[in-house]
Design a protein around this ligand. Structure first.
Ligand code: AMP
Length: 504
């Protein structure tokens, strides 16, 4: 029986005495210990009645036990559905119901609310807190530390990763075993990861960057990670000297640079700094090299495709670009209207094809058909161009996606919340430059009657939206600027409010 993802990523851990994870307090977990933990968890998932192909929704704090759930899913064939820890119960309901999750693993504090949500549909609710305690632990402790990995085919689903939805509805990107394996192997090669690498891991593990790019590269390389609950500048400075590599969102790099103590001593042992999930400002690239002597390696990817392009390891890492298409990824830039491939240098939609590209959106055949062409090219929705040397530049997003601190926010979802507030006629939500978050969410409101109580709007938004989605500023305008077709000119709003956070 074969299970390609297990065979390639996890089988090697089974007898590995070497450290796989080092935690903030210096304690370690060997590969074998991690494998045994995942095997027990796989047993617990099976015991809970989950069969291969069933979905388990997981909304828990980052911990070694939380990471092991990914490995347990691979072993048991259960499809992992990781969820942002910032999502509110109301937001959770959609994912659990849409995916028809057979089980939900959540923080003990959310148990009552999640039990209410799953209600009659019968999903089991188990708990796991940030220290690795909870009813899921009780369940796995009753299981043996070995588990025979179930047979899986290369195109069977490994994970369902939800993206943000333009109309407030998120789409579940179906990722197969092959999608994950092929991308990890390509990146290990390209970025030269080997068994002696130690990755400083400070990304969340509910998103593809921390979960698949970082973790799968380390697993495929037989390397290890220093595994921290979240990014923290002081912790990064303390642990960089023990690391060889780091993957981060641009905010990590601006925060490191914001600490005057950060310098060459901290990076003496470092081999590579990798950035992605949002545009890295060219000035950050330059400042980082000046301070550390390292040129950050920027790459570009997305939930649906894993990684698509990367700057070279040996060649020039060009600031403001995301480098070249990966060796097994075809990339073309097309005309949004005609879909014809554009000549080099012209701006158009980035389309990609390769073994990294997902299987389609869960339960949304019409959305899949709109974005995934019959010939296998995925229409990313990102606008880009290729420079004369073949480097790809992302010049914007076709839709008005906001990326704040590396997390995606679709304006429409926030606008729908703001539009419902008393005293608000309509709203437009935009992203404006922010020195710390890259972009900040700003809500522009038009008054209805006497107008809204801005403080009450802010409070109401906080009750309904995850923190990263809440507007960092609200502004009132007599009317929204519109073009002749009646479309709100967000470009103008962004220009008008561009300096809102320039002094902060
Ligand atoms: P997600 O699905 O959350 O990973 O978000 C994917 C989106 O993030 C892409 O479609 C891009 O718009 C954006 N993105 C990822 N990496 C980069 C990058 N290096 N530069 C600019 N945008 C990026």
């Amino acid at each position: 029986m074969t299970n390609p993802l297990y065979d390639r990523m996890l089988a090697g851990l089974k007898d590995q005495d070497r450290t796989f994870l080092t935690l903030a307090d210096g304690s370690t977990l060997s590969g074998a210990a991690f494998h045994a933990l995942a095997a027990r968890q796989a047993g617990a998932l099976a015991e809970a009645g989950l069969e291969p192909g069933d979905r388990v929704a997981v909304q828990v704090a980052k911990s070694p036990e939380a990471l092991a759930i990914y490995a347990a899913c691979v072993m048991s064939g259960v499809v992992l559905l990781p969820l942002n820890t910032a999502y509110t119960a109301a937001e959770l309901e959609y994912f659990i119901n849409d995916a028809k999750a057979g089980a939900v693993i959540c923080d003990p504090a959310a148990q009552a609310e999640v039990s209410r949500i799953v209600g009659a549909n019968g999903a089991q609710v188990m708990t796991l807190d940030k220290t690795g305690q909870g009813s899921f632990r009780t369940a796995w402790e009753a299981q043996p530390d070995t588990f025979a990995p179930v047979a899986r085919k290369a195109d069977d689903l490994a994970a369902l990763l939800y993206t943000s939805g333009t109309t407030g509805r998120s789409k579940g990107a179906m990722l197969s075993q092959t999608n994950l394996i092929s991308n990890a192997e390509t990146l290990v090669d390209l970025w030269r990861f080997g068994p002696d690498d130690v990755l400083l891991h400070m990304l969340p593990i509910f998103h593809t960057h921390g979960l698949f790019v970082a973790t799968n590269v380390i697993l495929a390389a037989g390397a290890s990670m220093i595994f921290l609950p979240a990014f923290d500048t002081a912790e990064a400075l303390r642990l960089l000297p023990q690391s060889t590599s780091m993957m981060g969102v641009p905010t990590f790099y601006t925060r490191l640079l914001g600490d005057p103590a950060f310098g060459r001593d901290h990076v003496a042992n470092m081999r590579v700094f990798i950035s992605g999930s949002a545009p890295l400002l060219a000035e950050t690239h330059v400042a980082f090299e000046e301070r550390t002597g390292h040129r950050i390696l920027e790459r570009y990817g997305m939930t649906e495709t894993n990684m698509n392009t990367s700057n070279p390891y040996d060649g020039e890492r060009r600031a403001g670009t995301v480098g070249f298409p990966l060796p097994d990824v075809e990339l073309k830039i097309t005309d949004p209207e005609s879909s014809a491939t554009l000549p080099q240098g012209e701006v158009g939609i980035i389309e990609v094809r390769g073994p990294n590209v997902f299987q389609g959106y869960w339960n949304m055949p019409e959305k899949t058909a709109e974005e995934l062409r019959d010939d296998g090219f995925f229409i990313t929705g990102d606008l880009g161009q290729m420079d004369p040397d073949g480097y790809i530049q992302i010049v914007g997003r076709q839709k008005d996606l906001i990326i704040t601190g590396g997390l995606n926010v679709y304006p429409k979802e926030i606008e729908m919340v703001l539009d419902d507030m008393p005293g608000v006629l309509e709203s437009a939500v935009i992203g404006v430059p922010h020195p710390d978050f890259g972009e900040a969410v700003v809500g522009v409101l038009v008054a209805d009657g006497d107008g809204p109580d801005m403080e009450a709007v802010q409070t109401a938004a906080a009750a309904q939206l995850a923190k990263f989605k809440q507007p960092k500023a609200l502004r009132l305008l007599p009317e929204l600027p519109r073009n002749t077709m009646g479309k709100v000119q967000k470009q103008k709003l962004r220009a008008d409010f561009a300096d809102l956070f320039s002094g902060s």
